[in-house]
Write a protein that binds this ligand. Structure first.
Ligand code: AMP
Ligand code: MG
Length: 412
């Protein structure tokens, strides 16, 4: 049996970022830049005031105090959104609003709270520092500088930065299109009435949602019967996509044809990974398309998704960090491990007095999907040890934070 890390290393070695595409800025959130962005404009684009107050000449305000204020004649107002055209000459000041261009001649702004206002006159009550409350042109981003580099993630604030320098379109890594193929004679779509012995394809919709949440484009190919010709046709259809995920048929059952078909059509390795759940896993390629054959049990396939598919998809998307961060969590109750193998336990993690605490979400059988739905983390219990006491610290993979899981949220 190979370890989780060995499997992941082998998988990731076969993935690299997809080619670039140009998209409108509004669609670029969460994407990875495929090219450097050079600023054609500066931020701020002009010297402007950081305060509502008075644009003054330092020389006029030397020694100003509450007891000995400096009186200046007010020439007029500098509003945001246009140049006032006013020039601050010795003995004068201009009333200025936040964001307004600094009038010629001024070299500091005194905030309104540090003045006494009278009609057409203002008394300055403090001596300003040079350039005080002036936001300099290019202070945040200089014109001609590289604002973001290829490989950087476009988070919401980055979209704001790009908008501020007038970038309406960006080159980002293309979204991966991921084909999903469920296999099994017993599986029917959600809409179908169940006949004896049948079950609904439950993994398909869950994997679709996981892919969508990741920013990939899921392409459901439906359910293939455990039938050689049907499997061959579906797998061949999938070679036009960036990745194929199959579920089921990679174990040792009589009808586990996926193994045989994938092995025939492509270059595939079949692994037993030293973990529970999710032991059987297939990996390889058919044509140019990498294929990950996930186990059939819904829980196993979702755990395998977290451990192997998500990092592979993130690599296709160009992300530098492909794995979830691991955090130490404290168990609220003792946990027994059923087997020797490394076990991933579905858990609910929340913050108590500034630290992460975790409780199991219940029965951990590979067919019990509700305990995945009610969780927000996987505890990573190492091979060997069999019992973990309440209060013990174990590593955990946290799913997206701040999200509600099946009716709960992090405040509960
Ligand atoms: P298999 O590896 O094909 O033998 O599948 C293992 C178990 O997972 C069996 O109980 C299957 O019925 C179940 N299973 C396989 N695929 C799915 C699916 N897409 N949705 C729900 N259960 C599935
Ligand atoms: Mg099957």
């Amino acid at each position: 049996m190979i370890t989780v890390e060995e499997a992941l290393t082998t998988i990731l070695a076969r993935f690299k970022p997809l080619p670039a595409e140009r998209v409108p800025l509004r669609e670029a959130w969460g994407r990875v830049l495929a090219a450097d962005v050079v600023a054609r404009e500066a931020i701020p684009p002009f010297d402007n005031s950081a305060m509502d107050g008075y644009a003054v000449r330092l020389a006029d305000c030397v020694g100003a105090t509450e007891a000995h204020p400096k009186a200046l004649r007010v020439l007029g107002e500098a509003p945001a959104g246009r140049t006032s055209g006013l020039v601050v000459t010795p003995g004068t000041a201009v009333r200025i609003m936040t964001g307004a261009p600094i009038p010629e001649g001024a070299d500091a702004v005194v905030m309104r709270e540090e003045t006494r206002e009278a009609p057409e006159r203002v008394e300055i009550l403090v001596e300003p520092e040079p350039a005080e409350h002036i936001r300099r042109q290019g202070e945040d981003v200089a014109r001609g500088s590289t604002v973001f580099e290829a490989g950087e993630l476009l988070n919401p604030a980055a979209l704001g930065v790009l908008a501020s320098i007038g970038v309406a379109e960006v080159e980002v890594v293309r979204r991966p299109r991921v084909a999903l193929l469920a296999t099994g004679d017993e599986l029917v779509p959600i809409e179908a009435e169940l006949a004896a012995g049948q079950i609904h394809d439950s993994t398909g919709p869950a994997l679709e949602a996981l892919l969508t949440r990741l920013g990939a484009v899921p392409v459901p190919l439906g359910v293939a019967r455990d039938d050689r010709a049907e499997l061959v046709a579906k797998v061949q259809e999938a070679t036009q996509y960036d990745l194929l995920l199959t579920t089921g048929g990679v174990s040792v059952g009589d009808h586990d044809l996926v193994k045989a078909v994938l092995g025939e059509l492509g270059e595939m390795a079949f692994w037993k990974v030293n973990m529970q759940p999710g032991k059987p896993l297939a990996f390889g390629a058919v044509g140019q398309t990498p294929v990950l054959g996930l186990p059939g049990n819904p829980v196993s396939s979702l755990v395998a998704f977290e451990l192997f598919v998500r990092p592979a998809v993130r690599r296709l998307q160009g992300h530098a960090r492909v794995q979830r961060p691991r955090v130490a969590v404290t168990l609220t109750h003792a946990l027994e491990k059923r087997m020797e193998r490394r076990q991933f336990v579905r858990a609910w993690v929340h913050v108590e007095e500034g630290r992460y605490v975790a409780c199991s979400t219940g029965p951990q059988g590979s067919h019990v999907l509700t305990s995945v739905a009610r969780g927000n983390a996987l505890l990573d219990l190492p091979a060997g040890a069999h019992r973990f006491e309440a209060g013990a610290q174990v590593p955990a993979l946290l799913f997206e934070e701040g999200e509600a899981y099946a009716g709960r949220d992090l405040d509960r």
